[in-house]
Write a protein that binds this ligand. Structure first.
Ligand code: GTR
Length: 421
């Protein structure tokens, strides 16, 4: 008997812990919850015009996401340098211009560098561009042998021939399927990409990457309200935008921040925290990105804080298995992008990212767009698969898995032509 009681005492908490993290994929088990109203302030004031939004509500929402979700940037850089390390007028069979630009960041006597790979259409005018991170290095997005292989730490991936956390020729071009470069160029847009591992390696280690530049004497990790990796990646996108402002071939007022999955979360936070971005595209960004947290469908706050605690600030752990306590939800992150164009995309087989939660988030952000006379998502009904709704707020759910496909890019290009060209 003693043995059994002992077993129960040990087993029960373990069982509870695993049960908590069992993802829910059943719409009937989605808890009932109140959607926080983006147009009512934390102290209950109704927000009725854009000036109240900009002066009262947006700042308090922004502050919440900054201090409780993604974390604050702890200071300013000492200096920033750009160096065009390679360029060609004859890229992609003569169709495009290519540039590789090293961006060096300096702070507290330390430095970090990352390289922007750019393809620009040869239109003779400053080009609008898509800016997005890649997962395995700039050389993976194209077969172009001129693209420099990064020396930064990388996640191992045997399928891509990446071992020992080192990128080599073996992985050149392995991700061309995710980047419709020719379509982007033919559409009159440029493409800029960065390798996220150069800005902050994607591992639970705060000794390296951007964070380490900002530490005070003896500090080893960010404070509770300071940045995790998503905010560091967003900061890197803004530094790329600093470069674009100096390049006459780029129209820096028409830069769209784009990202897939964890990098979609970064693209959203970049667009929210830096209003110079002309618009944002979130591809399958899921939990901590476009998807509503309070639905607890697929990946949850508890789950993401367990698997990837370093993506967010430490304060966010307050909401682990405690989404009810959140005074905000992710539609209010989307609303921070208003009135700039916003595209949220999902994939039918990507239930982990909660497509319905991503759709509803775009829908619930829309009243803020309407305040500006912009059309958001007007229906509570999700569109059919492969039937995009493209207003200033756009949404599609396509067939297939968690990925970025040519179908996705065709939608982004067509929509961006209407929105920023
Ligand atoms: C998953 C994570 C998601 C998403 C994804 C990705 O493991 O749970 O939130 O970010 O990785 O980035 O591919």
């Amino acid at each position: 008997m003693k043995k059994i009681i002992c077993y129960l005492l040990i087993a029960y908490p373990l069982h509870r812990a695993t049960a908590q993290f069992e993802p829910n994929y059943d719409e009937r088990k989605v808890p009932e919850f109140e959607v926080p109203d983006p147009l009512t302030s934390f102290d209950g004031e109704k927000i009725t015009d854009t000036s109240e939004w900009e002066n009262t509500r947006r700042p308090e929402l922004y502050r919440f996401f900054e201090e409780q979700v993604y974390g604050k940037v702890p200071g300013k850089l000492d200096s920033l340098f750009f160096n065009i390390v390679e360029a060609s007028e004859n890229a992609l069979d003569g169709k495009a211009q290519r540039k590789q630009v090293e961006v060096s960041l300096f702070k507290n006597g330390k430095s970090l560098a990352f390289t922007i790979l750019l393809y620009l259409p040869k239109t003779g005018k400053p080009s609008p561009i898509f800016l997005g991170y890649n997962f395995y290095g700039n050389h993976t997005i194209t077969d172009d042998t001129n693209v420099i292989v990064s020396q930064a730490w990388a996640m191992d991936n045997t399928e891509f021939g990446i071992t020992g956390h080192t990128l080599t020729e073996a992985s050149r071009g392995v991700r061309t399927n995710r980047w419709a470069i020719e379509k982007i160029i033919d559409g009159g847009f440029g493409l800029a990409t960065l390798y996220y591992g150069e800005v902050d390696p994607d591992k639970n280690d705060f000794s390296d990457g951007l964070h380490s530049l900002f530490y005070k004497e003896g500090q080893e990790r960010p404070k509770n309200d300071e940045w995790g990796s998503i905010a560091a990646w967003a900061f890197g996108m803004s530094r790329a935008l600093d470069y674009f402002e100096t390049d006459p071939d780029i129209d820096s007022a028409r830069v769209l921040s784009f990202g897939h999955s964890r990098l979609g979360k970064a693209a959203l936070w970049a667009g929210a925290s830096d209003t110079r971005f002309a618009g944002v595209i979130s591809n399958d960004s899921g939990c901590g990105g476009a998807a509503l947290s309070k639905r607890k469908f697929g990946e949850t706050v508890g789950r993401i804080n367990t698997s990837f605690p370093y993506w967010f600030c430490d304060n966010f752990t307050e909401y682990t298995e405690n989404e009810e306590a959140l005074p905000i939800d992710q539609h209010e992150l989307l609303a921070l992008i208003a009135p700039r164009p916003l595209y949220v995309a999902s994939a039918e087989d990507d239930q982990w990212a909660d497509p319905r939660g991503e759709f509803l988030s775009a829908r619930y952000a829309s009243p803020v767009y309407e305040l500006y006379g912009k059309k958001g998502i007007t229906s509570n009904q999700m569109p059919e698969v492969n039937s995009p709704v493209q207003n200033t707020v756009a949404y599609h759910i396509r067939t297939g898995k968690h990925d970025v496909t040519h179908y996705d890019w065709e939608q982004y290009i067509a929509w961006a032509e209407k929105m920023v060209k």
